[in-house]
Write a protein that binds this ligand. Structure first.
Ligand SMILES: *[C@@H]1O[C@H](CO)[C@@H](O)[C@H](O)[C@H]1NC(C)=O
Ligand SMILES: *[C@@H]1O[C@H](CO)[C@@H](O)[C@H](O)[C@H]1NC(C)=O
Ligand SMILES: *[C@@H]1O[C@H](CO)[C@@H](O)[C@H](O)[C@H]1NC(C)=O
Ligand SMILES: *[C@@H]1O[C@H](CO)[C@@H](O)[C@H](O)[C@H]1NC(C)=O
Ligand SMILES: [Zn+2]
Length: 478
C-alpha cells in the first residue's frame, strides 16, 4: 500500500515535469491557475520590458465632472420601485470654445440644473433636467451661448429604445439554448446564461469563472476562450463599467459569441491568444438602469455617510488614484470612492488580473460614447514612453473599424483628446505592465448618446470585432 501511493506520487511528479508548461492548459471545470501556483518553465526574465518601470496608466472617460445631487429621494423612489421619468428632459450639444462657456456650464451643474453626458476639448453634451429647461434656455440666451437641441424629449427616446422581440426571435431564442440576440439590450441574467451556455457547449475552449461579487452580491463573471497552448498571449476585455452605457456589454458579448462559436475557423492570430472577457463589470448598476433609472452611471454602494449612492468604478483604480478629473463628493457622478479599490467590483478586476498566470499583453475597456480609442495616461497630460506603439496599433484598429463599418474613431492619449481623469482602469492596467491598454468609447458621436437604438448593436459589434482581429494580428507579430 505504501509502495502504491509512492508510485502514484512519483507518476504525478513525472507528469508535471514532462508537460511542465501547464500554464494555459484548459482543464474544464478546474480553477484557472493563479500566479505562483504553477512553475513557469522560463521564469524570471519578465521584469524587463513587460513592466515599463513603474509606469502608470489610466483611462479617459467621456463624462465630465458633474455634481449631481441625487440625494435621499432616490432611496424613497427605490422603495416605491418607481422608474425615474425623463419626460421633458433634453440633450443639448454646446460648443465650449468661447471663453466663459465652461464656467457657465459648471455653475448650472452645481445648481443641479444640468448634468454632463460627454464632451471633448471643444464640445459638451449636456442633459437639461425637465424642470430646468426654461431657466437654462434663458441663461444661455443672456450669455450668448449657442447650442443644438439633440434630443427634445429624453423619455420618449428611452421608451422607444429597447422594444420587445418579435415572436420569431423569441422562438429562435428557445431553440438556441440561450437568450442573447444582439437585437435587444438584454438583462444580466441573459448575459450570464449565455456565458454558461458557451462553457457547457464548448468545454474544450470555453470556461467561465466568477472572480468576485458586486456590492449587492451579483456575480462578476469572466469567460475565457483558449485552446490551451502554453505559448499563448492573453488579452483582457471588459465592458459595463458605467451602468448606462448599454452598447458596451452588448459589444463584448458580440465579440465573445463570434470567437467562441467559430473558433475552429478562426485565424491563428485569434487562436494564439487566451481571451478573458468580463462583459459587465458593474452588474448592480446595469440592472438598476433596466429597472429604475436608465441614466445611472456608478455602482450601487451607498457612501459611508449614506448621503448618496455609488462610486464611479472608473475613478476607483489604484494608479494615481485621487487626482484630476475625479471627485471626492459622494454625490458626484465621478465620485472616486473613499480610497483606491474601495469598491468590490474594481477590486475584483484588479485582483484577478494581478494574480492570474495569463500573460496579459493587452487590456481593452469598452465604454460609450464618442468614438474614441484612447490610451494612457488619463491621470495627467503625459504619455508613457512607448506611446508611439500604442498610437500605431490604435490607429490600425481604428482603420479596421472604419473600413468595416464606417465609424470614424479619434485615436489619442486620453487626457489630451478628452481631459484628465484619474483612477481609470486603463492607467492601472498600463501600470501593471500590460503594454496595449486602451479605453474604447463606442458609438455614437452624440446623436443618441447613451440611448443608442438596438439597430446599432450588430453594426457596432461587427466593426469592433474587426478592430479586435487587427489587435490580435499585431500582438502576434514577432
Ligand atoms: C469633439 O466633439 C465634436 C462634437 O461631438 C466633434 O465634432 C469633434 O470632432 C470632436 N473633437 C475631437 C477632437 O474628437
Ligand atoms: C427658474 O427661475 C425662477 C426665477 O428665477 C426660479 O423661481 C425657479 O426656482 C427656477 N427653477 C429652477 C428649476 O431652478
Ligand atoms: C450678447 O450679445 C449682445 C449683442 O450681440 C451684447 O449686447 C451682449 O453684451 C452680449 N452678452 C454677453 C454676456 O456677452
Ligand atoms: C509574455 O509575453 C511577452 C511578449 O508580449 C514575452 O516577451 C514574454 O516572454 C511572455 N512571458 C511568458 C511568461 O510567457
Ligand atoms: Zn464610461
Amino acid at each position: 500500500m505504501k509502495t502504491g501511493s509512492w508510485t502514484v506520487v512519483l507518476l504525478a511528479v513525472t507528469t508535471v515535469a514532462l508537460c511542465s508548461p501547464l500554464i494555459n492548459e484548459l482543464e474544464p471545470g478546474q480553477e484557472w491557475p493563479k500566479r505562483g501556483s504553477v512553475k513557469q518553465p522560463q521564469d524570471e526574465s519578465e521584469d524587463e520590458e513587460t513592466s515599463p518601470e513603474k509606469i502608470s496608466p489610466s483611462e479617459p472617460e467621456s463624462e465630465i465632472p458633474g455634481e449631481i445631487k441625487e440625494e435621499i429621494s432616490l432611496l424613497a423612489r427605490e422603495a416605491e420601485n418607481v422608474k425615474v421619468d425623463y419626460s421633458g428632459a433634453q440633450l443639448w450639444k454646446v460648443s465650449t470654445e468661447k471663453t466663459g462657456v465652461r464656467a457657465t456650464l459648471g455653475r448650472l451643474r452645481r445648481r443641479n440644473l444640468i448634468s454632463t453626458w460627454a464632451g471633448n476639448q471643444t464640445y459638451m453634451d449636456i442633459l437639461i433636467k425637465s424642470n430646468a429647461v426654461q431657466n437654462v434656455t434663458r441663461i444661455m440666451k443672456r450669455e450668448n451661448i449657442t447650442y443644438d437641441i439633440i434630443i427634445e424629449d429624453l423619455q420618449k427616446r428611452i421608451n422607444e429604445e429597447n422594444p420587445p422581440l418579435d415572436e420569431n426571435e423569441i422562438e429562435l431564442q428557445d431553440r438556441r439554448g440561450h437568450r442573447m440576440t444582439w437585437k435587444q439590450y438584454h438583462r444580466l441574467e441573459d448575459i450570464h446564461g449565455f456565458m454558461d451556455y458557451l462553457a457547457k457547449t464548448y468545454p474544450k475552449i470555453v470556461s467561465v469563472n466568477t472572480i468576485g461579487k458586486s456590492y449587492e452580491g451579483r456575480d462578476l463573471k469572466v469567460l475565457r476562450i483558449s485552446d490551451g497552448k502554453p505559448t499563448n498571449k492573453a488579452v483582457f476585455i471588459d465592458g459595463g463599467f458605467h451602468a448606462r452605457e448599454w452598447i458596451s456589454p452588448a459589444t463584448v458579448t458580440y465579440i465573445i459569441n463570434q470567437i467562441a462559436e467559430n473558433f475552429d475557423e478562426e485565424s491563428d492570430d485569434i487562436k494564439n491568444i487566451d481571451w478573458y472577457m468580463l462583459p459587465v463589470v458593474n452588474p448592480d448598476g446595469y440592472e438598476y438602469t433596466h429597472l429604475t433609472d436608465r441614466l445611472w452611471r456608478k455602482n450601487r454602494r451607498p457612501s459611508i455617510s449614506r448621503q448618496c449612492i455609488g462610486a464611479d468604478l472608473n475613478r476607483n483604480f489604484g494608479y494615481r488614484w485621487g487626482g484630476r478629473g475625479s471627485s471626492s463628493n459622494p454625490c458626484s457622478d465621478i465620485y472616486r470612492g473613499s480610497r483606491a479599490f474601495s469598491e468590490p467590483e474594481s477590486r475584483a478586476v484588479s485582483d484577478f488580473i494581478k494574480t492570474s498566470t495569463a500573460n496579459f499583453t493587452a487590456y481593452l475597456s469598452y465604454h460609450s460614447y464618442g468614438q474614441y480609442l484612447l490610451y494612457p495616461w488619463g491621470y495627467d497630460t503625459a504619455v508613457p514612453p512607448d506611446h508611439n506603439d500604442l498610437d500605431f496599433v490604435g490607429k490600425r484598429i481604428a482603420a479596421a473599424i472604419e473600413t468595416t463599418g464606417g465609424s470614424k474613431y479619434t485615436v489619442g492619449c486620453s487626457s489630451r483628446v478628452l481631459y484628465p481623469a484619474s483612477g481609470g482602469s486603463d492607467d492601472w492596467a498600463k501600470g501593471q505592465g500590460i503594454k496595449y491598454a486602451y479605453t474604447i468609447e463606442l458609438s455614437d458621436t452624440g446623436r443618441y448618446g447613451f440611448i443608442l437604438p438596438t439597430s446599432y448593436i450588430e453594426p457596432v459589434g461587427r466593426e469592433s470585432l474587426a478592430g479586435i482581429r487587427v489587435l490580435a494580428s499585431e500582438l502576434n507579430k514577432p
